[in-house]
Design a binder for this molecule. Sequence first.
Ligand code: ACO
Length: 428
Amino acid sequence: MAETAQLIIDGNTYEVPIITGSEGEKALDISKLRAQTGHITLDIGYKNTGSTQSAITFLDGEKGILRYRGYPIEQLAEQSEFLEVAYLLIYGALPAKKEYEEFKNAVTIHTLVHEDTQKIFDGFPSNSHPMGVLSSLVSSLTAFYPRSIDPGRTPQEVNRTIVRLLAKIPTIAAWAYKGEMGHPVNYPNNELDYCSNFLHMLFSLPTEKYEVDPVVADALNKLLILHADHEQNCSTSTVRIVGSSHTSLYTAVAAGINALWGPLHGGANQAVIEMLEAIRNDGGDIQKYVKKAQDKDDPFRLMGFGHRVYKNFDPRAKIIKKAADDVLAKLGVDDPCLDIAKELEEIALRDQYFVDRNLYPNVDFYSGIIYRAMGIPTEMFTVMFALGRLPGWIAQWKEMRENQEPIGRPRQVYIGETERDYVSIDKR
Ligand code: ACO
């Protein structure tokens, strides 16, 4: 018999179905609650609300577990390639050798963007933030591929859009950076793998030959995998809810990029470095900043600390911390910000305020340090996150459409004025 919970309102008892996930997670299915009881649930910030049933990513914030399609993040980060993980997330299984070759080939041959894209780039001021440029350019792909707008699109058309997104976003992202620098853009080199090609487009200059360092390409591969999906976070929920109106996948992903940009989400990696630099420039008094973060009258927060779902440790932060040490050692980089980061982490982890609130370093605490060591400028950090998160956004959008989920439309509890009569302007 199906499990239910009992809800008593005004002396009336209602049976509420209980849904159990494949990892034993329990949820009360309240989809008929309003029709049966006249009540809705209230959960500002969706802290305790499941918006969907998903088979893509499992995470257990208490135990620090993260798995894509059942595979532990530690194994994927260590052993796989980013495009392989993208295939896994989007299509549900690890690709066989031939499938993977075909997929990689399809992505590789679509890396060029339409030449008219240059005209759009030219319209942006040279100091534009690359996240704004990226989201605008991704939206503009609907203009270059108008068939993607058709809500009745075929699976073949959807797959073409998926491949184009994976192929072209690195090109657009690298060009956004080149625009900011005032450098000529680099065209993709399809002889290079996904990560090496991106680094080439970012760093090659007409004046000197750029050789991709395999240490840097490997680190990038790992970072992209670690960011590839994180179930129903702010940007992914945005992609699903925007996509639920049957808008094009390009537009839904552009919305996700915009949601990611904020400092409480993907923008945190940029904010972490800016914070570490501010601490260093202010004489390196870490205690002062730890105290500031605890002061309720001070809006300052320790960037890269805390997470909505991880209340023990962020498994990605563990992997990244080690990767940061490896990359810095291999590249011979001595970064004072890393020393400040380590000391800050140590102090905060022992501080009662952070202990009481289960605040630990999250993935962004160390990712910025590696990106810096790789020579990637601070303003590009959130773009790097977007590159990584792209397969997750696509997979979640695809799942939502394939499951024919209804348009996302939360309710509210109205707390404004009750009905009153209009007063003409001269009588107010
Ligand atoms: N520094 C200081 N205090 C903090 C921090 C922080 N970084 N994070 C949370 N707190 C405190 C809050 O003030 C609050 O204290 P209170 O209970 O005394 O009022 C308590 O911890 C709970 O915080 P909430 O804001 O309610 O937690 P929530 O789950 O809503 O927020 C978030 C999570 C947004 C990540 C938050 O921890 C934060 O702002 N962190 C800094 C920004 C950051 O690193 N974001 C990246 C997140 S990871 C990602 O998107 C990839």
